[in-house]
Design a binder for this molecule. Structure first.
Ligand code: ADP
Length: 694
């Protein structure tokens, strides 16, 4: 069994396992709930963003409107100061010489300078027209409608002027022009005084259109449309640019004049403010977009994390299910040797609850009291950092009821995610059942081997009788000869020597017969299973009488070749002898055919060639028999497979078991030109092992 690699789980995770999944589900809102939360959040952010942009637009528009209001107020003030300058110019005119030609000359000069004046009139205090001058810059305004027909407003203005003793303006009125069009005009009346005495009026007819163009056009008319309007919105005069933009900003301002109130309207035609009219809005918008982007990224990240956490919880749950279903006990210990985790299989094995085991340190409750010292030493060695054997080690644990049972423990270091060792994880396997089966199998093996030996002996019984015949016949003839010699009355000393010699021969033959019998006896009875260091030659010597016995019967020549200076082999002697005997007997039987003339059996022992195990000794048994067909070869080691009428088919199966028990391998191959070679190896005895004393 191999030790798994370091286990990358920590005991802390193990505690977390059962609750992991349910915690996740508790903590997180359901799928649709979470989605609507996100939708609400995104909608809120979008609403904030839209509001910001809208507010910025509003602010921009209000700025434009305020600017327009300012411009209108400035325009009114400019207009007012222009008008008052004109009044001053008129007063200067009045203060000149009061001769008609003089007045006309100066008035003409004034009209040239003031394009918005249509006519200047000088009237006496009885309102009679003294003289007048039309604007030299245009045709006379009163060509189509005689002046006498439109004097009403001028009269009213003059009455007012007389009353207040200052400049007064009339209300506006429409004056048709010769070209079919007309223009809105207004009268200004200024009372004329001479040396403090009222002498008449100066009347100026204004063109409202020109007033706007002349006084405001250059400054305010470039961007705006200027107009005088009636309170009901009727336009009296228009000046300035009339651009067609989408949005019009309007501002109106009253201009109070003595006797008249004009309403000045300024239409600022501006494009819609830009979507991002200023840096601040752009900045806020940019930041909002960045915020949304970050939110989207965070959402993605959260989703990824959630998935990873779910996967982790699944993996943990899977691992937990796996550990719970294991029959192998798992036990984790920290570096101080305290138990940090046990799985259900371990608890079941030792009969203790997990709660009773967690946190326990040596001596553990499942240690048999008589082993505590040994286990404590072992644990100390482990905790000192010595790695346990990779293939695990066997130990004995005690159940809660006090019964002991054998276990196999495989330990591996427990490595945390940071790569540090946090303790040891041990897999504990209850091997009591395995032990029981091994014991059963060993017992049945022994029985089989005994049976096989007895079978061999049975087969040899006839050979024995044949073999024993020779020494017995020799004994009988030596005994008869001796008796005859002793009957001879003229026995000579020579005869006595012969009897002596015969008796020695009898003793030798009897001893030989005894050896034959005892070799069989030994073979059958020897049950000693202990391993010992045996010289290879001794193994051959032990089976030689039995091999020779059969060889003689089957007319086989047996060659035994043993290399010099071979090491002793470490084996169960009886078993290996049986293997050799079986192989030799099979070989001889394979040559027991009339067609087989050359009957030679070679038993050879030499230094093993195996590179892995230089110290091995190789045994081979070669015959020149029938050989082994592939069919037979495939079943050779199956128990009870035999091609012989009286065979049991157990020999090779047992041979293989014995050789494998010794750590070797039994193999066969065809021998050229005919026959078969069976080979196996045995380990050489460790130096210092007890020598064979047989
Ligand atoms: P058994 O000798 O009782 O038949 P084994 O297990 O020893 O049982 O042998 C099984 C079979 O293997 C034999 O019956 C024989 O057919 C074959 N076999 C064994 N050794 C040889 C050999 N050296 N040459 C040819 N056949 C052999």
């Amino acid at each position: 069994m191999r030790t798994p690699g370091p286990l990358r789980i920590t005991a802390a995770w193990q505690k977390y396992l059962p609750r992991a999944r349910s915690k996740f589900d508790e903590f997180l809102p359901s799928g649709s709930g979470r989605r609507s939360l996100w939708v609400a959040l995104i909608a809120l952010v979008l609403a904030v963003l839209a509001t910001l942009v809208w507010l910025a637009g509003r602010y921009e528009a209000s700025q434009v409107q305020a600017e327009l209001e300012r411009d209108t107020a400035n325009a009114v003030s400019d207009l007012r100061s222009s008008l008052s300058r004109q009044v001053q110019a008129l007063q200067a005119l009045q203060s000149g010489h009061f001769s008609a030609p003089n007045w006309s000359t100066e008035a003409q000069a004034l009209l040239r300078n003031n394009r918005d004046w249509l006519r200047l009139e000088w009237r006496d205090k009885e309102w009679r027209l003294q003289t007048f001058v039309d604007s030299p810059l245009r045709t006379s305004a009163f060509e189509r409608v005689p002046r006498t027909e439109v004097l009403n407003e001028a009269v009213q203005a003059c009455q007012r002027a007389r009353r207040v003793n200052g400049a007064a303006y009339s209300s506006t009125y429409f004056l048709p022009q010769p070209d079919g069009l007309g223009s809105e005009v207004m009268e200004l009346c200024l009372p004329m005084t001479q040396a403090g005495e009222f002498v008449g009026f100066t009347v100026v007819t204004y063109s409202l259109q020109e007033l706007l163009t002349e006084r405001l056009g250059s400054t305010f008319g470039r961007q705006n449309e200027l107009s005088f309007v009636e309170p009901d919105g009727t336009r009296l005069a228009i000046a300035g640019t009339q651009r067609r933009e989408r949005r019009v900003f309007t501002s109106q301002q009253l201009m109070d004049l003595p006797g008249n109130t004009l309403l000045l309207r300024m239409d600022g035609r501006r494009g819609e403010p830009d979507l991002f009219p200023n840096v601040l809005t752009a900045l806020v918008t940019g930041m909002s977009i960045a915020l949304v982007t970050v939110m989207v990224l965070l959402t993605k990240d959260a989703r990824r994390r959630l998935k990873a956490e779910r996967d982790l919880a699944d993996a943990l749950a899977f691992r937990k299910a796996m550990e719970d279903s294991l029959v192998t006990g798992l036990r984790a210990r920290d570096l101080e040797g305290r138990i940090t985790y046990v799985n259900p299989a371990f608890c079941q094995m030792v009969g203790w609850q997990a709660e009773a085991l967690l946190g326990q340190n040596a001596p553990m409750p499942y240690w048999p009291p008589e082993m505590v010292d040994e286990y404590q030493q072992r644990q100390a060695i482990r905790m000192a950092g010595n790695a346990p054997p990779r293939e695990g080690f066997e130990s004995v644990f005690m159940r809660h009821d006090g019964t002991r049972f054998p276990v196999l423990i495989i330990e591996a270091p427990l490595i945390s995610v940071r790569g540090e060792q946090t303790g040891w994880m041990g897999a504990v396997i209850d091997i009591s059942e395995q032990r029981r089966i091994e014991e059963l199998s060993r017992a049945s093996q022994e029985r089989l081997q005994a049976t096989a030996r007895l079978t061999t002996v049975g087969e040899m019984a006839s050979l024995l009788s044949h073999e024993l015949n020779q020494p017995l016949a020799a004994i009988a003839s030596y005994a008869n000869g001796s008796l005859n010699l002793l009957k001879d009355p003229q026995a000579e000393p020579q005869t006595l020597d012969d009897v002596h010699m015969a008796l020695r021969r009898i003793a030798e033959q009897a001893e030989r017969a005894g050896r034959v019998i005892s070799s069989v006896h030994d073979f059958v009875r020897r049950r000693d299973q202990t391993r010992e260091a045996v010289p290879p030659q001794a193994l051959l010597d032990a089976i030689a009488p039995l091999v020779n016995l059969q060889a003689r019967k089957l007319q086989v020549r047996v060659h035994m070749r043993v290399d010099a200076r071979l090491p002793r082999v470490w084996c169960d002697r009886t078993m290996v002898e049986q293997v050799l005997l079986n192989l030799a007997r099979n070989g001889m039987q394979a040559m027991d055919l009339p067609a087989c003339k050359d009957r030679v059996l070679v038993l050879q022992i030499k230094q093993g060639e195996s590179r892995q195990d230089d110290a091995a000794v190789e045994f081979s048994v070669t015959d020149l028999g029938t050989g082994i067909t592939p069919d037979v070869g495939a079943q050779l080691y199956n128990p009870f497979f035999t091609t012989k009428i009286e065979g049991m088919g157990l020999g090779l199966s047992l041979c293989r078991t014995v050789v494998e028990q010794h750590g070797g391998q039994l193999a066969f191959e065809a021998h050229a030109p005919k026959g078969t070679v069976f080979r196996f190896t045995l380990p050489s005895a460790p130096s210092g092992a007890a020598a064979h004393t047989a």
